[in-house]
Structures are given as C-alpha cells and as structure tokens.
Design a protein around this ligand. Structure first.
Ligand code: NDP
Length: 240
C-alpha cells in the first residue's frame, strides 16, 4: 500500500531532503511551501514531487490545503511538520510581531496541520506525525527567545499528542536537528557560525539528508513502537 505524506516546508533545505527520502521509501509525497514559487518549481523539476502552497500558520488554509490533498491524492497517512522560520534578536530588540510570527508559523503550524490530519489517521488506525524541533528548543539560544520557545513548545506538543494517538496506531514524534547546512543557517553571520561549529563534537555542520533519514525511519512501519520521543541528530552538540 502506498502511504500518502505531506511535508510542510518540503521544497528546500531539510524539507526537500525529507520529501525525497519519503519518496524513495515508496510514499506519495506532497511538499507544502510558504511563498517561494520559483524554488518550489525548481524543486518539482528536480524531484518529480508535487508542491502545493499554503501558509501553515493559517488554520483555514491548512484545513483547505489538507482537504484538497485528501480529495485529489488520497487520505493523508503522514505529516511532517518541518516548515519553520527565524526572526532573531535579543529580547530588547525583538518586536511583538517577531515573537508572534515565529509562534504562529513554527508552533501554530503543528497544531493547524494536526487538526486537519490527525482525526483521519485515528479513524483509519494508522498514522505518523513527525514534528521538526531544534537543538535550540532543547537548550535555548542567545537572541532566539521566540524560536526557542516555539521549538520547545513543539517538544511538549509532541508528547501530549502522542498520548492521544497511541492506542489508535498513530505515532507522534519530534526530531531535533543540530546545525544543518541550509539557507536558514547560511543567514547566521560567519563569526557566529564559526563559534557554533567549534562546539559541535563531530566538527562540522550536519547535512539535510542526515535529518531526512531519521524522519524516514520515524515514518516507517518499523517505528510503530516509537512514540512521544525526541530523536536528536546534532553531531553530539547536545547530549541530554
Ligand atoms: P529553510 O529556511 O531552508 O526552509 C524553510 C521551508 O519552510 C521552506 O520550504 C519555506 O517555504 C517553508 N515555510 C516557511 N514559512 C512557511 C509557512 N508559513 N507556510 C508554509 N511553509 C513555510 O529551513 P531549514 O530547511 O533550515 O529548516 C527546516 C526546519 O528545520 C525548520 O523547522 C527549522 O526550524 C528546523 N531546524 C533547522 C536547523 C538548521 O540548522 N537548518 C536546525 C534545527 C532545526 P518557502 O520556500 O516558500 O519560503
């Protein structure tokens, strides 16, 4: 049976690698994205995976987008909540909008997508939700109270929802990446990045494919006994 997966923010960076890994695992993948049509088109040309645009921070847009996928592609078995943004700054410089937008997209997106897809998974007796957290949600990070709070919230959200899905065959897990070589990390100033890499025991940034392999495992039938967990893939930077 072919499983149907939605990967939010699935058209570039870590999300692209996840979309490709799930496709390679035999799943039918729909990659959601937020607004960059050009990158989405290039992604579809590269991978043959369909891309659909909606804002994961918008409750109604998630309802509509997921209903359309269900109608046109089939019932959604797997959701990977990967879409994420940063609006960094110290608390003194961070505006209310910077706070709210990161909460809306990064944490609100998980709620909105689960509201749209989790009930159907439960009814059908099988489902997988993987929420992409962050090492900075586990340990905090200077200049990221918004991002760290949203990502930390994802870890709590995961453990709570896992309890609601467990008896119905729906697993809910988080994956917390360390620093991965994507556009998001390219935005970090070079001197700051050098200091970060110096703290990674394996001595390098991670690759998107290394995260994608972990997600592919959590989405597989083999991972049916794994739920409410956080898989850390971070080169040894955070070990507890
Ligand atoms: P990128 O910035 O490279 O890509 C982000 C993706 O999310 C894009 O596809 C983007 O779409 C999409 N997106 C952004 N906002 C929305 C929205 N409102 N609705 C729908 N899609 C949206 O990010 P990364 O690949 O680096 O990160 C992926 C995830 O991994 C994020 O959740 C991030 O927080 C997390 N993470 C990343 C780490 C890293 O080191 N890179 C470390 C730890 C966690 P579009 O192209 O249209 O803008």
């Amino acid at each position: 049976m072919t499983r149907i997966a939605i990967v939010t923010g699935g058209t570039r960076g870590i999300g692209e690698a996840i979309s490709v890994a799930l496709k390679e695992q035999g799943m039918t993948v729909v990659a959601n994205y937020g607004g960059n049509d050009e990158k989405a088109r290039a992604f579809t040309d590269r991978t043959g995976i369909e891309a659909r645009k909606w804002d994961v921070g918008d409750f109604d847009a998630c309802q509509a987008g997921c209903a359309q996928v269900a109608e046109e592609v089939g019932p959604v078995d797997i959701v990977v909540n990967n879409a994420g943004i940063t609006r960094d700054g110290t608390l003194a410089r961070m505006s209310y909008d910077d706070w709210h937008e990161v909460m809306r997209v990064n944490l609100g997106g998980c709620f909105n997508m689960a509201k749209a897809c989790f009930p159907g998974m439960r009814e059908r007796g099988w489902g997988r939700i993987v929420n992409i957290g962050s090492i900075n949600g586990q340990g905090g990070q200077y200049g990221q109270v918004n991002y760290a709070a949203a990502k930390s919230g994802i870890h709590g959200f995961t453990k709570a929802l896992a309890q609601e899905g467990a008896k119905a065959g729906v697993t809910v897990n988080a994956l917390a990446p360390g620093y991965i070589d994507t556009d998001m990390v390219a935005a970090v100033p070079e001197p700051v990045l050098e200091k970060i890499v110096a703290k990674i025991p394996v001595g390098r940034l991670g690759r998107a494919e290394e995260i994608a392999r972990g997600v592919a495992f959590l989405c597989s039938d083999d991972a049916g006994f794994v739920t409410g967990s956080t898989m850390s893939i971070n080169g040894g930077q955070h070990m507890y």
